[in-house]
Design a protein around this ligand. Sequence first.
Ligand SMILES: Nc1ncnc2c1ncn2[C@@H]1O[C@H](COP(=O)(O)OP(=O)(O)OP(=O)(O)O)[C@@H](O)[C@H]1O
Length: 212
Amino acid sequence: MTADLVRVDAVTHLRGTTAVLSEVSLALPPARLAVLAGRSGSGKSTLLHLVAGIMAPTRGEVTVDGKRATSVHDWARVALLPQRPALAPELTVAENAQLPARLRGRDPDPDLLTRLGLDALAGRPAHDTSLGEQQRTALARTLSLTPAVALLDEPTAHQDDDHVALVLATLTAAVAAGTLVLVATHDQRIIDLADALMPLRSGRLLTPEPTD
Ligand SMILES: Nc1ncnc2c1ncn2[C@@H]1O[C@H](COP(=O)(O)OP(=O)(O)OP(=O)(O)O)[C@@H](O)[C@H]1O
């Protein structure tokens, strides 16, 4: 049996007085494609942000590799693709994508740009690219350190069919490299590839956590 990498234990999270997550528990091992599926407002992004450690749950506990998620500040451990790409606009596509590797003094993986169809744009400032291109650049940035956990919020939201195929191939490659890829999405094409599917409805997980 593989040890769990991400654990969410009895998490309830309030926004004001409203519970946007209620008694959510799940446990996920490395090297899986796990999908949080659910309607808009069901709590998918909130759960990703809790695993990213951006905020702490109101009740319950979220851990990564046994450490409280809010104490993990290392993109090689946990990296997030937010819904809005949030690139550095003056930096080029390649500079944005490779920033985490450069900051670590590591050689960036040139294949990521190729895999995501960004080679021709590598030298262009990010602010001169389309939203879909910015999203793929941000995905490359998220995966640049081969993180233990990659949290991807709607990674195909701005992609056409051809580029969805590139994104799917990139997710599959990340899983093969050992990353736990946790995706929030409505996209059936990602759901079809999932090793584990976790439907959320109104902040509640509808099925027990997936197993090996
Ligand atoms: N900063 C905030 N303040 C108050 N309520 C919020 C805040 N962010 C999210 N919410 C509420 O929390 C609930 C869950 O939102 P969340 O963004 O997690 O849903 P989601 O499933 O990711 O939706 P979508 O698919 O539209 O991105 C929603 O009812 C939303 O209105």
